[in-house]
Write a protein that binds this ligand. Structure first.
Ligand code: ATP
Ligand code: MG
Length: 342
């Protein structure tokens, strides 16, 4: 049985993109894989976080996992900073990855913005930590949104370079030549890249200053309705076929959201709504969104009233994660040649 790893940053404003691009797939994969789902708090601090808010946001992402149907008894749910091996392996991988590889990462360019000299070193090295997150469990499958594709490719390159750089030691010490497996991204479903409701060229994001750009998992029915009604569209009616969405990013986005929430294909949604005006389509989308997201948001709020329970889930998950990560790190130290207890 294959192992899945994925993470979500506790940076606040969990949104529909996180839900459809990542969390919904996390839930499904529980039936076929051994899953490890991580609240990646070490990633969050690559951009400064208010400590009080960070604590709250770690619990909120955990609550979102649980409310969406992730089972922390059958699978593993924890926060990254409780398992020191993530940071430890990341250091080794910092010494395997090349500057030139990191220089190509588009997320760093976007997040650092114009004032690149002032970005944290952590923000730059983020993809190496992400590679460590996955490789420390020797996970083979990583469900993520489209925006993480480039980082996954880097993780594959890092895994391969480690295996090559240390091939003699790996063989001499009796480990499998493919010590680190090549992790495969799982980018599936009709909403792998949910766009901002205000601008069809930007991805929906936690960090967008406009709250109208995204639907938050904790939004109530009124907020969901307002945001969808105000969502940017063009004046044309909906097309009848998927091809007609090509030059219409806002229409494409709303149809994609509808398809993902209803478990249908975009083509199928257009067979029903093609030729109609946006106003009617938006009303149906509001009902569908409230129907699907309402219970998740309500359960998150319920869980957040008992932080003791949420914290206990994380502690227990971290213990189980650590047991796996410790074994990998022990082997890595052996392969690299560090002296350590037998
Ligand atoms: P940040 O702006 O802090 O990076 P984020 O919205 O990108 O926040 P992350 O925690 O970085 O959220 O990502 C968590 C998961 O959600 C990842 O698998 C990522 O690919 C996915 N994801 C993020 N935004 C979207 C989106 N707009 N559409 C689909 N998937 C998304
Ligand atoms: Mg992100």
């Amino acid at each position: 049985i294959q192992r899945v790893f994925s993470g979500v940053q506790p940076t606040g404003n969990l949104h529909l993109g996180n839900y459809l691009g990542a969390i919904v797939n996390f839930v499904k994969l529980q039936q076929t894989h051994n899953c490890i789902y991580c609240v990646v708090d070490l990633h969050a601090i690559t951009v400064w976080q208010n400590p009080v808010e960070l604590t709250h946001n770690i619990r909120e992402v955990t609550a979102a996992f649980l409310a969406s149907g992730i089972d922390p008894d059958k699978h593993i749910v924890f926060n990254q900073s409780q398992v020191a091996e993530h940071a430890e392996l990341a250091w080794v991988l910092n010494c395997v990855a090349r500057l030139g590889w990191l220089n190509r990462m588009t997320q760093f360019k976007e997040k650092a913005g114009k004032d690149r000299e002032n970005a944290s070193v952590g923000l730059y090295a983020y993809p190496n930590l992400m590679a460590a997150d996955i490789l420390v469990y020797r996970a083979t499958h990583v469900p993520v949104g489209e925006d993480q594709k480039q980082h996954l490719e880097l993780a594959r390159d890092i895994a391969q370079k480690f295996n090559n750089d240390f091939s003699e030691s790996i063989a001499a010490k009796g480990y499998d030549a493919k010590f680190f497996p090549q992790p495969e991204p799982l980018i599936t479903g009709p909403a792998t890249r949910v766009m901002s409701l205000r601008d069809g060229s930007k991805k929906m994001s936690k960090s967008d200053p406009s709250d109208y750009s995204r639907i938050n998992l904790t939004d109530d029915a009124d907020a969901i309705a307002q945001k969808i009604r105000k969502a940017k569209t063009d004046p044309e009616p909906l097309p009848s076929e998927e091809d007609g969405l090509k030059a219409r990013p806002e229409a494409d986005n709303l149809v994609g959201i509808y398809a993902a929430l209803s478990g249908r294909t975009k083509a199928d949604v257009l067979r029903e709504f093609g030729g109609g005006q946006f106003s009617g389509f938006k009303s149906t989308l509001v009902d569908l969104s409230v129907d699907k997201l309402g219970p998740v948001g309500a359960e998150m709020k319920r869980l957040m009233q008992d932080p003791g329970h949420v914290d206990a889930v994380l502690v227990k998950g971290a213990e189980r994660a650590r047991a796996i990560a410790f074994e990998t790190m022990k082997a890595v130290k052996d392969i690299v040649g560090f002296v350590q207890p037998k």
